[in-house]
Write a protein that binds this ligand. Structure first.
Ligand code: HEM
Length: 460
């Protein structure tokens, strides 16, 4: 390590986290003023033409309005059939390859030696210093040791401990819902339950749980990373707040432990009990990165599966009837919900060497985007892929959780949360009717529903 690196590392370990982020924000702001890009909006929504009116070579799957405008299915279908490994040279995020078939996505995701997750897993590039190290964007062996440090929080034993608590929190929310009158399912149920789950994972002050959602929403909606609506100033503000809140939580837990309190099964207690991570707080950016990854990883994904399930059952009412007649189908349906919604559209890789994928020559250094949203609708694997079929035989072959070393760490927790939600809903309500058109988020990464009005009919 050079002297400059040693000085930088030492400085990072003694300057409080939020001051480092404030400094980074100042740097970013100054750079944007100097380059006259401050306040510029990269994306304004305009109607996207039907896919058949566009030349194959001009198709840009990174358009952040493709999902919102409902055109994603036809765009992906054409690319899957006509150019399954497709190159877009001129996107606002730079040139990138799209991998759109199920088998090719698995081949890339499994091959971390050739396709690196470093330095980022989104199409764009976060502002400097916002690129906090997270193990989702690290290759082995660094990835493996960092993942091992936090994996315990979602280990089967811990999940069994959490199940009752999660169920009682679901019950509380459902028991308070208005019946026979429209309300927003996203805000009242999906966001609320996700906030409660995240607060449980972290043992975060329960009354402040919405902060977790707020920070995470901002972190995943940056315009320059995935075409979202948030600008850098808002995101830096949230990160300062997150750094303060999460380090206060760490210090509070450490003090309670020192006073003899029995440690819980939450993430911070696990980190403090592990030899490799008990001083993580002294490595502020690594600390923030690990915690942010769990919050971000669990937020949009679980929330949008909760909303997506309701929407799917409304679009396929025969399946809703089948479910009501046989609630034992809930566990299988959970996989189908996750396939059908695919809350994260993709993960990105960089080719570490020249390689050939499904006949296409990919050069070392090229960006390669694995479109899970397309792989999960691949007609080569799923029969009638756009249909929602609650007892679909191969629903578990979906790739919404990824594949290979980065396969989602929270998959069992997410499935448990969705299973509990549907078990509890079916005991209370005869019908959940979506009224009006749902609203969708602006992003090429998160396949999110921002508002969905529903009316509940209680069971007699
Ligand atoms: C990784 C999806 C829920 C934490 C991932 C990846 C995807 C994903 C696509 C990357 C896989 C790859 O690169 O191969 C989902 C979906 C969820 C969900 C669809 C819900 C339906 C959760 C929850 C948590 C979580 C609840 C919180 C505990 C993580 C973490 C990683 C990850 C920590 C990084 C794993 C690694 O790099 O080794 N998830 N996720 N996820 N997810 Fe999830």
């Amino acid at each position: 390590m050079s002297i400059a690196d040693t000085v930088a590392t030492t400085a990072r370990s003694i300057i409080p986290m939020e001051l480092q982020i404030r400094g980074a924000h100042l740097y970013d702001k100054t750079r944007r003023i100097v380059t006259r890009t401050d306040g510029q909006v990269m994306f304004t929504e305009t109607p996207i033409p039907p896919v058949d009116d566009v030349d194959l070579a001009d198709i840009d799957l990174s358009n952040p309005f493709l999902y919102r405008q409902g055109l994603w299915k036809s765009y992906f279908e054409r690319v899957r059939n006509e150019a399954p490994v497709h190159f877009q040279p001129n996107s606002p995020f730079g040139p990138f390859w799209s991998v759109t078939r199920h088998a090719d996505i698995i081949a890339v995701d499994k091959n971390h030696k050739v396709f690196s997750a470093e330095p980022f897993i989104i199409i764009g590039k976060p502002p400097r210093f916002m690129d906090i190290a997270m193990f989702i964007a690290m290759d082995p062996p660094r990835h493996d040791s960092q993942r091992a440090a936090v994996q315990g929080v979602v280990a089967p034993k811990n999940l069994r401990e959490m199940e009752d608590l999660i169920r009682s929190r679901v019950q509380e929310v459902l028991d308070d819902l208005p019946v026979n009158q429209p309300f927003d399912w996203v805000r009242t149920v999906s966001v609320e339950l996700t906030a409660r789950m995240l607060a449980t994972l972290l043992d975060f002050p329960y009354e402040q749980r919405h902060k977790l959602v707020e920070w995470s929403d901002l972190a995943t909606s940056m315009e320059q990373t995935n075409g979202g609506p948030s600008d850098n100033d808002e995101v830096f503000g949230a990160m300062v707040d997150a750094a303060k809140g999460l380090s206060a939580l760490w210090h509070d837990k450490a003090a309670r432990k020192a006073a003899g309190e029995e440690p819980g099964f939450d993430l911070i207690s696990l980190l403090q009990a592990n030899d490799d991570t008990k001083d993580l707080i002294d490595r502020p950016l690594e600390f923030l990165g690990n915690l942010t990854l769990l919050i971000v990883g669990g937020n949009d994904t679980t929330r949008n599966s909760m909303s997506g399930g309701v929407l799917a059952l409304n679009e396929f009412p025969d399946q809703f009837e089948k479910l009501k007649a046989n609630p034992d189908l809930v566990p299988g349906m959970v996989s189908e919900i996750i396939r059908w919604q695919t809350p994260l559209a993709y993960m990105r890789r960089i080719a570490k060497e020249d390689t050939i994928l499904n006949g296409q020559f990919i050069r070392k250094g090229d960006k390669v985007v694995m479109w899970y949203a397309s792989g999960n609708r691949d007609e080569r694997v799923f029969d009638r892929p756009d249909d929602f079929i609650i007892d679909r035989k191969n629903a578990r072959n979906h790739i919404a959780f990824g594949f290979g070393v980065h396969r989602c760490m929270g998959n069992r927790l997410a499935e448990m949360q969705l299973r509990i939600l549907w078990e509890e809903l079916l005991t209370r309500f005869e019908n959940i009717e979506v009224v009006g058109k749902p609203e969708y988020v602006q992003s090429n990464f998160v396949r999110g529903i921002s508002k969905m009005m529903v009316t509940l009919t209680p069971k007699q």
